[in-house]
Design a binder for this molecule. Structure first.
Ligand code: THU
Length: 137
């Protein structure tokens, strides 16, 4: 299976685990690490709405918690939208923390239409990139 297809398959499976009783908007994300492993995440809502965690950040937190810091691609899938759902602003910031501007973000929805957009395009004019490049341990 082509790696993007596999990532979307995993993102789709992750969306089935969504905890989204308030929005009923299930989202799944699958993150391909440089060593070939894939970590997934789903959105986890909270009755204090602002504490909701998106699928993309769930996947990143899960991967980093397992010791991963180098990533090749991300796929996002939402079965509850008939259009491709791209990462929110907060997630774009977090994705950029662990990637370079050419990092590919794939996103899709129930329509099946797929987009592939580099994080540098989704999150341009990154004012803090210099800060990030200063020190990576
Ligand atoms: N959501 C994500 O998980 N990722 C996105 O890219 C868009 C939004 C979630 C947050 C919330 O649980 C629900 O979708 C509606 O905004």
């Amino acid at each position: 299976m082509e790696s993007t297809d596999l990532l979307f398959k995993k993102a789709k499976e992750a969306a089935e685990k969504s905890y989204s009783p308030y929005s009923h908007f299930r989202v799944g994300a699958a993150l391909l690490c440089s060593d070939g492993t894939i970590y997934t995440g789903t959105n986890v809502e909270n009755r204090s709405f602002g504490l909701t965690i998106c699928a993309e950040r769930s996947a990143i937190v899960s991967a980093v918690s397992a010791g991963q810091k180098s990533f090749k691609a991300l796929a996002v899938y939402c079965p509850d939208a008939d259009y491709p759902v791209s990462p929110c602003g907060a997630c774009r910031q977090v994705i950029s923390e662990f990637t370079t501007p050419d990092f590919p973000v794939h996103f899709s929805g129930e329509s099946g239409e797929r987009y592939k957009v580099e994080i540098g395009k989704l999150f341009p004019f990154d004012a803090l990139r210099e800060l990030k490049d200063q020190e990576i341990r």
